[in-house]
Design a protein around this ligand. Sequence first.
Ligand code: SAM
Length: 447
Amino acid sequence: MRNPPFRYLQTLQEHFVTAPSWFSSVDGLGTNNARLPATGASLTTNQDGKGTAFQRWFHFKEAFSPSFVSAAIDSLGYRPQHIADPFGGSGTTAITAQLMSIDATTVEVNPFLADVIKAKVSPLSAEKLRHAAADFQASLSGTRSNISRLSHLPPTFIEGPEKPRWIFPLTVARHLSRYLTCIDQIADVDTQRFFKVVLGAVLVECSNIYVNGKGRRYRSAWQENQPTPKKLDELFALRFNTSFEDVLRFEGRPRSRINVINGDSRTALAQVSEPIDLAVFSPPYPNTFDYTDIYNVELWVLGYLGSSADNARLRKETLRSHVQVSRPYDSPAKSSQLLAQTIEALNQQKERLWDSNIPAMVGAYFRDLEIVLEQCQRLLAPSGKVMMVVGDSRYANVRIDVANIIGEIATAMGFGSVAVREVRQMRSSAQQGGRLLLAESIVELRG
Ligand SMILES: C[S@@+](CC[C@H](N)C(=O)[O-])C[C@H]1O[C@@H](n2cnc3c(N)ncnc32)[C@H](O)[C@@H]1O
């Protein structure tokens, strides 16, 4: 479901080849409409051809496969007016809806990721970007570094005397400050956001660390192989070119209304009043993994976080799928026997859990999903449906059967039809027992 099995571009092309008749009236779709003028070619020469259109703008491990989103839309059996994704991530639902000329609303709590989505769906013109690139290069070479721009960063970020480790060498940090100054000078909001997203997409690659599901790790022999300002320039140019190519390639796409809300879907969905035909989403799994940690470098360097209080605030706005920050843990309003049994089993194993809040966190996780489902229920059109991709977790050998617990809660909430389908088995994290397999499932709900 996640980690697209096909390249996005290929998937979209295949999709459009077999598109239902309502696509054919839309101009600007499909391979035959691609416009790659000679002037644009030089800007695309560096791109390596790997990856999938739009998804290759920023590596997001948990992204939907676009073919899943388009299949979910097709499975409605009618053309939807408006679809929603309350956990937008890298924006696969939003961009797929736009390419299919469908209105969409998406909510994403992480402001950097919300900007990634906005950059993908905003009406950027290749011509404008081409001029902006030339202006940017000129202004970069005439801009002095100003390291005080990065003075808000936590101490581990920039090389300094007495520090045992740092994410960015001082030379790279100085160069980053010049990039940030030049990005600030871009007047057009959409263009500025595009540049910011491109810079965000190369930050970790141009640092001494890598980030995976376990968090931040230093590269092997990082002291001897530190990035340089030249590497930053090369990575930025490469990423600019690949993202630019998608702007150019899909420039004539339909411009349906895509509403990107940067906020907490538990409260932000209340702002939505237009009925939805499909809510398609994958929430964080209850595996104590906080996305705020994974995208921390981008959030700090690009200025979305200015203090540790900002960081704590963002953690609190994320779904209660982790225990990194203390907050109240309440339980779902509707009962689920399976959830009650699971929490009881976790409490019995409490001394084996690495954090004593895990049983309460599991209860609160389902309360959060219930709140999101209440909003979906309020907004769902009579023939619409909810499609959620969810994954199990396991603590001290107690399985959190997420799909079936949601099924019970949704039934108690009055959803008329509840179907659970297992789609794959995932390997659990080391913290969760490593070798054990966990199910990933689709939960389908109708009004
Ligand atoms: C599994 S990812 C979604 C991936 C997405 N389907 C895609 O294709 O890119 C879950 C996302 O939910 C976001 N998230 C977590 N808590 C949230 C909340 N309370 N409101 C909105 N988004 C939230 C995370 O930042 C993360 O990007």
